[in-house]
Write a new protein. Structure first.
Length: 317
């Protein structure tokens, strides 16, 4: 039973429903064999004169059936949460490394309600933390196909490392520069410091337990004649997924403010790739100008999610 629990706990490397069903099948098969043996014993005893050994045998047989029911119910209690909550998912995304000083990707948490410091996660994708049983070497400039399961409660994976230290707060910081851990889940901010949060907030959030990781090479960018060109190559896993491209601009005059432009994109049936020109700057004479800060290509179909972020600074000529 302990072995089965460990197997279920680290089920992200397998197909949860199929594997668990096969385990149950083999266990029930063995239980059914034991049932037949017990019935044979009972049949052999039937018709014999009542004696003290017969009473002991019946007691043993009754005890066996009770233990079998307890074992089966315990097994269901262990597996049921995984069948209900664990959903296999695939995400196409770039991976960001968490660091202690980062406000949008902190690796260290200060629980302000406890004044205790905790070590968190090593990486994240699209603002969501990733958990690896064994952390691989990650190329933060690459785009990955990430397979695994979503799990709730970040506190299951954090480790206490001491007490919090006072940190200076950056002036004119915007709430969208902070990680989701700093938010209270509505519109309030728990702390403006990197990793400032509460235990309750961490328990509300999900992380992605990674089972399989591989690079994909069908999203590219390059600079051409003052523009950025996004190139999406045809891949079978993208078929049937409606994609949206969002360009993110930041004003260069006065107080920083974001602007987002959205485009629906799709590959034509006879085309092997899609090229999308994006202006590196917006605005004109007499007005404020905005500079391209990032590109996001997103789409979703069932448990397959595309959320690719491209930094213009990484695009070569």
């Amino acid at each position: 039973m302990i072995v089965l629990f460990v197997f279920c706990r680290y089920q992200s490397f397998f197909e949860i429903s199929r594997s668990s069903t096969m385990i149950l099948y083999h266990i029930l098969k063995k239980i059914s064999v034991l049932d037949r043996i017990a019935n044979i014993i009972h049949s052999n005893q039937h018709g014999q004169s009542s004696s003290q050994p017969d009473v002991r045998r019946r007691n043993c047989r009754d005890g066996y059936f009770i233990m079998k029911k307890i074992f089966f119910l315990t097994l269901l209690l262990i597996l049921l949460p995984y069948w209900i909550n664990a959903k296999d998912a695939t995400v196409i995304a770039s991976i960001q490394k968490n660091t202690p000083e980062s406000r949008n990707a902190p690796s260290i948490y200060c629980l302000v309600d406890e004044n205790k410091k905790y070590e968190g996660f090593s990486h994240r994708m699209n603002g969501k933390n990733l958990y690896f049983d064994i952390t691989p070497t990650i190329d933060t400039n690459a785009i990955y196909m990430i397979q695994g399961v979503w799990e709730k409660d970040l506190t299951k994976k954090i480790k206490s490392i001491g007490t919090c230290q006072d940190e200076p707060v950056m002036e004119q910081i915007r709430s969208d520069w902070l990680a989701e851990e700093n938010s209270d889940g509505d519109f309030g901010i728990i702390s403006w410091s990197a990793g400032g949060t509460t235990r309750e907030r961490l328990q509300e959030l999900k992380f992605f337990r990674v089972g399989k990781l591989q690079k994909v090479k069908n999203f590219h960018c390059r600079r051409k004649a003052g523009n950025l060109v996004i190139v999406i190559s045809r891949e079978k896993y993208l078929e049937g997924i409606p994609l949206e491209l969002i360009s993110h601009y930041e004003s260069t005059n006065g107080k920083p403010s974001p602007t987002f432009n959205k485009y629906k994109v799709s590959l034509k049936k006879k085309s092997n790739e899609l090229k999308i020109p994006i202006s590196l700057q917006e605005g004109g004479k007499g007005g404020s100008r905005s500079t391209l800060e990032g590109i996001t290509i997103s789409g979703e179909k069932g448990n397959f999610i595309v959320n690719v972020k491209i930094d213009p600074r990484d695009c070569k000529k």
